[in-house]
Design a protein around this ligand. Structure first.
Ligand SMILES: [Fe+2]
Ligand SMILES: [Fe+2]
Length: 272
């Protein structure tokens, strides 16, 4: 229901103070591409060793950066769509900051990928994940899938990349992105709460259905390894599965805190 329909029906105006606070927070946290230490420290970790080892390491970092670039490229599209369809003034204001953030993130990744040897293989599951959000029928579903779920789950990944790339532009960027996505997630939680206020069981059930559509693809995305990272794939699989399990537990906790009954959420087959 948009703002005019609500006014016509004499509905109580929504309290969007929480969302507005995230707009102010996002403005304060805004940074610029020139704030990154370009040229002062290496873009990605540097190694010593045989040419083969160096080439393999370069491929590894290219592939990490490509995946993040792809994720932020898709985030620009999703944030733009949220900006376009959100009916509330405060939410629209907030989304102007998110569109700028995601496009600045993309700009940083584009610069970083150029300094690290160019694009690598795209993750097909990430494209499908974003398509599901873009094609979702309602604003409630889109905010839920993107901001409540996905943007929360990406944060530990940024921390993990930062930990393994100390003293590089990549580390600095990942630390900034962890903060930005924390704000995106917080804003999404605040807005979803407003959207679900007084929403009936039907709306909440559509969110469970949407989560069940998304989760198997999310699991495939979380466990996917491009060729450049196949050699560490076997080593990482246990960690990947553990992180995926934590992600899903977190997702379920978040759904509960929004008043959604998570008992209908099905865990992807990989974890059963
Ligand atoms: Fe982003
Ligand atoms: Fe984001």
């Amino acid at each position: 229901m948009d703002v005019e329909e609500r006014v016509e029906q004499g509905a109580e105006p929504r309290d969007l103070n929480g969302v507005y606070r995230y707009y102010e927070l996002a403005k304060r946290a805004e940074w610029q591409i020139r704030d990154l230490p370009w040229g002062e420290i290496p873009p990605v970790p540097e190694y010593k060793g045989s040419p083969q080892k160096l080439a393999r390491r370069q491929d590894l970092w290219r592939s990490v950066i490509t995946q993040q670039l792809q994720a932020d490229e898709l985030a620009v599209e999703m944030a733009t769509q949220l900006f376009a369809i959100a009916p509330d003034h405060e939410a629209k204001l907030y989304y102007t900051t998110m569109v700028q953030d995601e496009s600045r993130h993309t700009e940083a990744w584009l610069k970083l990928i150029q300094e690290s040897g160019g694009m690598a293989e795209r993750d097909p599951y990430l494209d499908r994940l974003a398509q599901q959000v873009l094609d979702a029928d309602t604003l409630e579903e889109k905010v839920f899938l993107m901001q409540v779920f996905y943007e929360r789950l990406i944060i530990p990944r940024f921390r993990m990349i930062a930990r393994s790339s100390r003293g590089t532009v990549l580390e600095d960027l990942c630390n900034r992105l962890a903060i930005d996505d924390g704000i995106h997630h917080g804003a999404g939680m605040a807005y979803e709460r407003v959207l679900l206020e007084g929403a009936g069981k039907k709306v909440k059930t559509t969110l469970v259905v949407a989560a069940n559509r998304l989760l198997p693809i999310f699991a495939q995305h979380a466990l996917w390894r491009p060729k450049a990272r196949e050699f560490i794939g076997a080593l990482m699989r246990e960690t990947d599965i553990r992180m995926l399990r934590e992600d899903l537990e977190n997702g379920i906790r978040l759904a509960k805190s929004l008043g959604i009954d998570p008992s209908g959420i099905e865990l992807p087959y990989q974890l059963n």
